[in-house]
Write a protein that binds this ligand. Sequence first.
Ligand code: F6R
Length: 242
Amino acid sequence: MKVCIEKNYNQLSKLAADFIEDQVIKKSNSVLGLATGSTPVGLYQELVRRYQQKKLDFSQVVIFNLDEYIGLPANHPQSYRYFMKQHLFSKTNFKSNNVFIPSGQIKNFSQHCRWYEDKIRSFGGIDIQILGIGRNGHIGFNEPGSKFDSRTRVVSLDKTTIKDNSRFFDSFAAVPKRAITMGLATIFSAKNIILLASGENKKEILAKSLNGPASENLPASILQSHHSVTVIADKEAGLLLV
Ligand code: F6R
């Protein structure tokens, strides 16, 4: 595992963008696994900037997003599909038929989850998976107690997650209580993983996940045994790693 501690969020975002840039230049039809939330916003801004400067072409890049809330229409401002459109897709040249985001509004969820797994495999797997980390150690929406061999499925969100994510909604009650997420084994199958962490409120969980004993109670600890993980933290999040 490689750990990079950057002096600020801007540097973290630029370094993450460097990894994506190298990957996309090396393989124009790269398969990227993307996350939502506050942490990758700077990375997406940086990718948009590099696209506008004509350094990057995303026309052949394939995207698989980690997760989606259940019950929000795709055009709801807090749906992850909307988030990705707003921050990245509407400002770059990703092709809509190369973008896959789990649907939170499907009738047959188990069929949809199997379809998502098959789709990832059909593109030869994910080249780089971007992750953020929840304060409870979740990655994607794999909450504590998620099995290390879990695959894409429907999950119930933890109270901590609902509370943390309520900052984006009008109230705690308005936050969806269930989501569809890639599983831990799905994430672990990615060829390379980049875990981003920013801010003081991530320093404890980041240190515990990377250095503490690996356990299903701490989902991010699965990353300790992956063959190619790069952790990019800013100073604040990396405080307990040095
Ligand atoms: C988002 C996701 C989550 C977030 C995590 C951190 O697609 O899968 O695991 O990465 O909740 O969120 P932020 O970045 O908002 O602190």
